[in-house]
Each structure stands twice: as C-alpha cells, then as structure tokens.
Design a protein around this ligand. Structure first.
Ligand SMILES: C[S@@+](CC[C@H](N)C(=O)[O-])C[C@H]1O[C@@H](n2cnc3c(N)ncnc32)[C@H](O)[C@@H]1O
Length: 411
C-alpha cells in the first residue's frame, strides 16, 4: 500500500460515497466552531500585520485533508462567516469612537482558500459544487460575505505545500490520525500483527511501538513544515481521532478496526479471503492520547497551545445523544456505523482484497458492531487543538531555507 497513491475517501455522491456519509465528521466541524472562530479572528489580526506581499494582502487559509462533499464547503462557509462577524464587530467599535478626525473604517479582507488533499481525492466533485455554494453564500449573507477565492491543492500534508511564511490559518479535521505510511517493519513483514489491521488486544508490544514511533515522526514533521509556512502568530486548528483509554491495546478506535478485522477473519474462514492477505493488511493509522500529542508539540518548540481538549462523539453518526449511555437501536446503529466506516476505508479494502468482498464484509461488520454496542455504547474520542506559531527571527543562520548566502560569500 502506498498512502499517497491509494488513500482517498469513497468518491462521488452515491449511496456509499463519503459525500453522502460524512455526518460524523460534520458534527466535529460544528463542535469545534467556537475554537475555529477565535482562530480566524487571531489569523485576521496576523494578516493585517504580516508583510505577505505575494498574497496581495489577502488572508491565506488552507484546509488540509479537505476530502469532498458538504464538509469541505462547510469549513469555507464557517471561515467566511467568522470573517464577516469580526469585521462587523470592528466596525461597531469604529463607529463608537469619538476621535477627530475619525480613524479609517476597517478594510474588507480578501480570503484566499487552498483546499488540500491527496491526489486521489475527488477534487472534481468539490469544484463542481462551487457555483452552487457561491449562489447560496450570497443569498444567505449578502454583502457581508468577504471577497474570496478557492483553489485546489493536491499533495501530502507530510510534505511542503506552501512557500515560507505565507499562510495565516491552517485547518484540518478528521485527518491527522492517518500516518504517512505503514511502519516499515510491518509493511515488509519483518514483524506481524496477525489477524489484525491495527493495534488491538493481542497486538505485540513491538508493533505498538512501531506505530507510536511513526506517529511521533509524522506529527513532528507536520508541525515543522507548517511552522515554516505560517506567518508569525499564524494559527492552526486541528481535530483528529485520539484515544481516551490509557491502555493503548484497548483504545476506543481499536475496537472499531478490531471488529472490522473480525469480519475479515470470518471471510477467511469462509474461504473468501486468504489468511496471508489479511495478515499483510495494516492500516497507516494511529490514534494518540492527549499526552502523546502534547509531548510532540512541546518537543517541537515552535508552537504555543492556545487550546486543547478531547470530546466524545457516538460511533453512530445519527445518534446525537452524545452525553448519554442510552442505546436506541443497536442493530440500526451497527448499520449506520458500517456505512460511515465503509465510506472511509472502502478504497483501501478494494485495493488490497478486491471489490467482491465489500457487501459481505460490511454486512458482517454491521453485525459485529451491533453486538458490541449492546454491551457498551462506545464513543470516538476527538482531540481538538488550537495552536499559535511562535515568532522566529526572519533569517535563521542554521536553516538552509532562509539562508541565501553561505558564510564564505561574505569573506
Ligand atoms: C475522514 S476524511 C476528512 C475530510 C474532511 N476534512 C471532513 O472533515 O469531512 C480524511 C481526509 O484526509 C485525507 N488525508 C489523509 N492523509 C493525508 C495526507 N497525508 N495529506 C493530505 N490529505 C490526507 C484523506 O484523503 C481524506 O480525504
């Protein structure tokens, strides 16, 4: 499996597509709204002071792992709404000022969005929905909508995506649990996680350590890359699946993948899947605890944490009783969970096992989930982070990105 080539959500807008099955992720965007709105206000302040001449004075905003479907444009809409609210608040302050002559009114900022995802993402669906989005935005908010521009940006967020110091706000929702690759020893088969696709109860400690190392390397690289691309005081809002249980073998997300692995084991017994195929299927995925996340941020030394929290969201995207342990209908919930996970993992399953197992696999998965939910109403832990880029000197002597002349050229 090559993540950059093979990972993408189910394309199009049909019944099993991500666009039609992303309510779980939508709920997360709505839940992080207040954090995002604060970050937009801070990013606006950073954009009014930064000398981003290449951006022509616009606020540059990038959504990393935008996927396709309603959530992509929900994020755009949230940012535009937050910019409009901020401008209105500033205008009120301005109107109330008694100075003679009065200071100039706040300028209407332009917003440039970059929608990023891996090259296999259904960017066409995103682009096709833009016209309708523009019409709706104007209808709902009228002249309050700031001028904005949208561009697609294919590429991995584990690589450079922008020139130095030009972005004011990065956002990423439900993406950073995806690793840049399956840990090498596991991918090569030097170590094995027999019968599983992710860490679960019987996973050897050596495999757990490989996943943890991959997370630390990936997240640390992500922070360094984004820091180079952000202006001073640039903002970053991240939400991704994490782990509440301290026991790494029994993380909440481990059950989600473990029950899918059980369904694959049933297909092995039925002769529909070869055992070797299952043993060689490992996810490029890791759901960290809040402490693991905090440790990497601390070690990176380039971001300050504005806000960090963990909230829980029901496995069943249609069950909005997040604060309750009451289970409405575990069979229906099993089907709902299977649908939402299928929209995410189907392309990787097809790539490794073929299309023929899909319907049987997700039917069995729905049953496994229903049985599990009868015992315990399980929730996804979602880690939400708001970070601020620390100021750095404009030219760092030990950083080749900033250093135009070598020492010898000055002698
Ligand atoms: C579950 S979707 C979330 C999509 C959207 N942000 C939302 O909230 O609905 C995760 C997205 O992350 C993308 N992704 C995963 N790894 C990535 C990487 N290294 N670079 C860019 N995008 C990545 C996937 O392709 C997928 O579209």
């Amino acid at each position: 499996m090559k993540v950059e080539r093979d990972l993408h959500m189910s394309r199009g807008d049909g019944d099993t597509s991500y666009a039609s099955n992303s309510r779980l992720q939508e709920k997360s965007i709505l839940k992080t709204r207040p954090v995002l709105h604060k970050a937009v206000a801070a990013a606006l302040a950073a954009s009014s002071t930064s000398l981003s001449s290449s951006a022509g004075g616009a606020m540059i905003v990038a959504d990393l792992g935008c996927s396709s479907g309603p959530n992509t444009l929900l994020f755009v809409s949230e940012v535009l709404g937050a910019v409009a609210d901020r401008r209105e608040a500033l205008a009120k302050v301005h109107d109330g000022q008694q100075q003679q002559p009065p200071p100039p009114p706040p300028v209407q900022p332009h917003v440039q969005f970059f929608l990023n995802d891996l090259p296999g993402n259904d960017f066409n669906l995103v682009f096709q929905s833009l016209e309708m989005f523009k019409k709706l935005a104007v209808k709902e908010k009228g002249e309050a909508v700031p001028p904005y521009y949208i561009a697609g940006l294919p590429g991995s967020f584990y690589s450079r995506l922008f020139p130095d110091r030009c972005v004011h706000l990065f956002h990423s929702s439900y993406c950073l649990m995806w690793r840049s690759k399956v840990p090498e020893e596991l991918a090569r088969g030097t170590v094995s996680n027999e019968g599983n696709m992710y860490i679960w109860e019987a996973t050897p400690l050596s495999v757990v350590k490989l996943y943890q190392k991959q997370f630390q390397e990936d997240f640390s690289l992500f922070l360094k890359l984004r820091h180079k691309e952000l202006v001073s005081n640039g903002q970053m809002v991240l939400a991704f699946l994490g782990r509440k249980n301290e026991d790494v073998l029994r993380g909440e997300v481990s059950y989600m993948w473990g029950l899918l692995a059980q369904a694959l084991q049933s297909l092995v017994k039925e002769g529909q899947v070869e055992k070797e195929k299952l043993d060689s299927f490992n996810l490029p995925f890791y759901a960290p605890s809040v402490d693991e996340v905090r440790d990497v941020i601390k070690q990176s030394e380039v971001f300050d944490i504005n806000h960090i929290e963990l909230f829980e969201s029901n496995w069943d995207p249609h069950d909005d009783l997040d604060d309750s342990d009451f289970m409405l209908d575990s069979v229906q919930s099993g089907v709902n969970v299977a649908q939402s996970i299928r929209a995410v993992i189907e392309p990787l399953i097809v790539c490794h096992f073929g299309e023929h197992i899909l319907d049987d696999l997700f039917e069995m998965y729905a049953q496994n989930v229903a049985v599990h939910l009868q015992k315990v109403k399980t929730k996804y832990p979602v880690i939400v982070l708001s970070l601020k880029a620390r100021r750095t000197p404009k030219y760092q002597a030990n950083d080749s990105f900033y250093s135009v002349f070598t020492d010898s050229q000055f002698m």
